[in-house]
Design a protein around this ligand. Structure first.
Ligand code: FDA
Length: 574
């Protein structure tokens, strides 16, 4: 029987990232994946700063940046009647507004980018394989049984047609929105599938003249009285500037799913472009459903689920693959430390305790964003009638020199501005706080964000938050505080006067780094001193995922005993 430490079912963003991280940490793992290929359509694309930090720690950030569309080409999100038609307004998105760009630069060493899923998955998988992952394509997970020592999965080789078993100490179900693993272990789900119907159409067309002057990842097309079977609103998404595209088009989920012929797809594409003379090559079309569903717990015994298997939601806010990769980052180091005996198995319970609340939050956030687009429709007078002529008249009314039209113009501006809650939610992306046994509270209250907690990131070293980013230097070298941590190990950050913390950390096998004048690293801008919320002689202890799990404002009476106690608790020892 094939044996491994961790069996991963699925090679999407969740499974690929889990394999990459486990192999990076030296954990034996096998991936089984149903099809012969990785994702062959772009699907998820927005890759936020937190995900880029994960990829940075895994040493593949450069490979993603080399292929991704950079931030400055992502942000002129445009609302229009067609690409060639009338423009209704624009919103600076993905932190490209000058004021948000500062927030973006200050928050992280990594930049948001647009990395379509069919390009992301090969980066995750190829690096995982290069570091030791055994990948089995055309291998379908069928069932599992678990006992006290491990999990036995039955899989089918889809080439040969035979079934065989794989024995692993742990199994990760990263098998997407129709997860059989989640079903087999009976994870409790809240919400429902099939809230609305959507079609993806991938096509090639040179749309430079309609898009390059307002570069964006998303063009929202509002078409009144559309006659091509949709609901009148389409999304034209840039896959590769400015010649490869993906349309998202709705269909009535209560009716028959549309017949996705090439002719049908081309008609929608030309409709949304608004110029039938543009040559369009359809590459693929597929139907999918908008879901509003999350699992309340992510594991049973030795089986853990992550990604769409446990949170299913629409693409709004671009949280799908990001959250999936971040789930993997949370679990991988815990598996490594439990498998090598550094931590007790109780540490693995904190995966669900930490990630399930985040899953619920992002499912709700993404679904709320869909509803909020209704404000734009309302402002344009598109909800009060179904008559195409009247719809067009309502929309045109905003150009009139009347008090009503002035009100309408303001309402439209405000409705588009409100979409910041879909496209600029820095707090949602970066401020995922954890409360679990793998974090030691210091008795201080939850750090309230002085600004809107969804829109703005709030840096803090409060235990349960991600370590704040600050640039520190050593000679000519410039690193982020996040670069000091990570790499699968615990790291203690301290300053001048923190010598006792340093020796205490080293006695526990924890990497210790001092920051300050003449220390390991300099803090030339004073950013770390401003952000660290502890004194020079205090410390901040980082988990391998760069989350703060303990901090002390100043020196302790017996730092070695204090750290031992903290690590015993965080690592569920004894
Ligand atoms: P994912 O579905 O990517 O991967 C599941 C993996 O499991 C696949 O490799 C599959 O082959 C494998 N698998 C399934 N069953 C198996 C079995 N029994 N045995 C072995 N392997 C099995 N998100 C976003 O942010 N922006 C977007 O624009 C879109 N667009 C979009 C379009 C369409 C059509 C879909 C279906 C989804 C999106 N998404 C999206 C969602 C996004 O793609 C999604 O959140 C991530 O892919 C989730 O990653 P996972 O790895 O969890 O699942």
């Amino acid at each position: 029987m094939l044996e491994t430490d961790v069996l991963i079912v699925g090679s999407g963003p969740a499974g690929g990232a889990a394999a990459l991280l486990l192999s990076t940490y030296g954990v034996r793992n096998v991936v089984v994946t149903k099809y012969a290929n990785l994702s062959d359509t772009p699907r998820a694309h927005i890759t936020n700063q937190r995900t880029m930090e994960v990829l940075r720690d895994a040493g593949v950030e450069d490979q993603v940046v080399a292929q991704a569309t950079p931030q400055h080409l992502m942000g002129d999100t445009t609302f229009c009647t067609s690409l060639a038609g009338e423009e209704l307004g624009r919103l600076h998105t993905w932190y490209t507004h000058p004021s948000r760009l500062a927030d973006h630069l200050l928050a992280s060493p990594s930049s948001i980018c647009d990395m379509p899923q069919h390009l992301m998955e090969p980066v995750l998988a190829s690096n995982a394989i290069a570091r030791g992952t055994s990948f089995r394509f055309q291998t379908e997970y069928l069932s599992l049984e678990q006992d006290e020592d491990g999990v036995t999965a039955t899989v089918r080789d889809r080439l040969r047609g035979d079934e065989y078993q794989i024995r692993a100490k742990y199994l990760i179900g990263a098998d997407g929105g129709r997860s059989k693993v989640a079903e087999d272990i009976g994870l409790p789900m809240v919400g429902r599938m099939g809230v609305a119907g959507s079609i993806n159409i991938v096509f090639e067309a040179d749309l430079t003249k309609y898009t390059a002057y307002r570069p964006s990842t998303l063009y929202w097309v509002l078409q009144t009285g559309s006659d091509v079977g949709g609901i009148g609103m389409g999304l034209v998404r840039c896959v590769r500037p400015w010649h490869e595209w993906l349309i998202v088009w709705g269909y009535d989920i209560d009716g028959e799913p549309p017949d996705l012929t090439e002719e049908y797809a081309r008609r929608i594409a030309h409709h949304l472009i608004g110029d039938d003379t543009v040559p369009v090559t359809i590459k693929s079309s597929s139907a999918w459903t908008v879901n509003h569903l999350y699992a309340e717990t992510y594991h049973r015994g030795r089986v853990f689920c992550m990604g769409d298997a446990v949170h299913r939601h629409p693409p709004s806010n671009g949280l799908g693959s990001n959250t999936s990769i971040q789930d993997a980052y949370n679990l991988a180091w815990k598996l490594k430390l439990v498998l090598d005996g550094t931590a007790g198995p109780g540490l693995l319970d904190t995966f669900s305790a930490e990630r399930a609340p985040i899953g619920k939050q992002i499912v709700d956030r993404a679904n709320r964003s869909i509803g909020e687009t209704g404000r734009v429709f309302e402002a344009l007078g598109l909800l009060s009638t179904g008559d195409p002529a009247q719809l067009r008249a309502n929309m045109a009314a905003r150009k009139l020199p009347t008090p009503e039209a002035e009100k309408q113009r303001r309402a439209l501006r405000e409705a588009i501005e409100f979409k910041n809650y879909e496209f600029n939610t820095h707090g949602v992306e970066l401020d995922q706080r954890y409360a679990s046994d793998a974090v030691t509270p210091d008795g201080t209250p939850f750090p309230a964000n002085p600004r809107d907690e969804e829109l703005y990131h709030h840096a803090t070293t409060w235990p349960g938050a991600k370590v704040p980013h600050a640039w520190v230097t050593r000679g000519a070298e410039r690193l982020s505080t996040l670069d000091l941590g990570g790499q699968g190990r615990f790291t203690l950050l301290t300053g001048i006067g923190g010598e006792q913390w340093v020796s205490a950390a080293r006695s526990q096998g924890v990497t210790a780094v001092t920051i300050g004048p003449g220390a390991d690293y300099e803090d030339p801008y004073g950013d770390w001193a401003r952000l660290r919320e502890v004194g020079d002689g205090g410390c901040v202890l980082l988990r391998p995922d760069n989350y703060v799990c303990f901090r002390s404002y100043g020196p302790a009476d017996d730092p070695a005993a204090t750290l031992r106690e903290v690590l015993d608790r965080v690592l569920a020892r004894g």
